[in-house]
Design a protein around this ligand. Structure first.
Ligand SMILES: NC(=O)c1ccc[n+]([C@@H]2O[C@H](COP(=O)([O-])OP(=O)(O)OC[C@H]3O[C@@H](n4cnc5c(N)ncnc54)[C@H](OP(=O)(O)O)[C@@H]3O)[C@@H](O)[C@H]2O)c1
Length: 283
């Protein structure tokens, strides 16, 4: 795909992977529609994008709300008449012991990380069908393939996104709309500063530019799936264990970040006082 004057929506563009992805498309001449909640960051991003692609815009709002997710698509169509690439990248982390997580927090993660990509895709597909070609790229996570401790809900949101994308890829056959999945491992972005509880992972993180490159590549080359980093022994080992020795993988995960006995006993005490999960109050 020649990206000049193509209309590319990037959600979660106010930082990290989304930011560098928006820049990567703008540098190729694409008109970027950058989406996130933090308006100041979006303004700064779009200022930079406009040096390459003067028609680029941002739309600020909360993707945890279906009305906003649909509005992004409507507004893009009103402004530009088409959508060539939709990159669903926005997400929030949720790294917490299940005892500390409320059902409301869990629902919020599913809405922002998974349902938002369903809402934007459902709204975008009818418009994309009127064009010769288009692409939907969903940015999932390795946590959707191998779920680490404290990642039950985050992992579930990403596994759902991966399954949804696989289904889209099949169902969109013959439509000219290409569905693709980019699966980042540990990437060096501010998402790591937003974790609720400390991460057990202490390894090296990959620059977000590598993910942006993969996002551009899956569109350009109509590839279905890219894992970033591409050649990493521990990710490969985890995938092989998942396939051939899932028990070993789960045991390894438990050992990597064991649940302290104190956490379970405190959760039991709260349960005996009739508390719901996530209610850590003293009363
Ligand atoms: N970094 C990693 O190690 C890693 C690993 C695997 C997968 N990923 C995935 O990569 C994607 C990008 O993450 P990142 O690492 O670049 O993290 P990030 O810097 O924290 O970016 C997350 C983006 O999502 C936006 N966002 C969050 N909640 C939103 C909401 N309710 N409405 C609209 N936008 C919202 C944030 O902007 P606002 O706060 O301004 O709304 C931000 O722009 C995510 O899907 C993440 O799950 C990252």
């Amino acid at each position: 795909m020649d990206f000049r004057d193509k209309i590319v929506i990037v959600t979660g563009a106010s930082s990290g992977i989304g930011w560098v992805t928006a820049e990567a498309f703008a540098r190729r001449g694409a008109v970027v529609v950058a989406v996130a909640r933090r308006e100041k960051q979006l303004q700064a991003l779009i200022e930079g994008c406009r040096q390459h692609s003067p028609r680029s815009i941002y739309i600020a709002g909360d993707l945890g709300r279906r009305e906003f997710a649909e509005r992004i698509i409507d507004q893009t169509i009103e402004s530009f008449g088409r959508i060539d690439v939709l990159v669903n990248n926005a997400a929030i982390s949720k790294h917490k012991q299940i005892y500390h997580l409320s059902v409301e927090e869990a629902e919020r993660v599913i809405s922002v990380n998974f349902l938002s990509c369903v809402w934007t895709s459902f709204a975008a597909i009818p418009h994309m069908l009127r064009q010769d070609e288009a692409a939907i790229v969903n940015v999932s996570s390795f946590a959707g393939l191998v779920v680490a401790p404290r990642e039950a809900i985050y992992g579930a949101s990403k596994a759902a996104m991966s399954a949804f994308t696989e289904g889209l890829w099949s169902d969109l056959e013959g439509s000219g709309i290409h569905a693709a999945l980019v699966i980042p491992g540990a990437i060096d972005t501010e998402i790591w500063d937003k974790l609720d509880e400390p991460a057990a992972f202490k390894g090296k993180k990959t620059p977000p530019e590598d993910v942006a490159e993969a996002i551009v590549e899956v569109v350009e080359q109509k590839r279905y799936e890219v894992i970033v980093p591409r050649r990493k022994l521990d990710l490969l080992a985890a995938r092989l264990l998942r396939l051939f020795a899932p028990v070993l993988l789960r045991m390894g995960m438990r050992r990597m970040d064991p649940v302290p006995a104190e956490i379970v006993s405190k959760a039991r005490e709260r349960a005996e006082r009739g508390k719901r999960l996530g209610d850590l109050g003293e009363g």
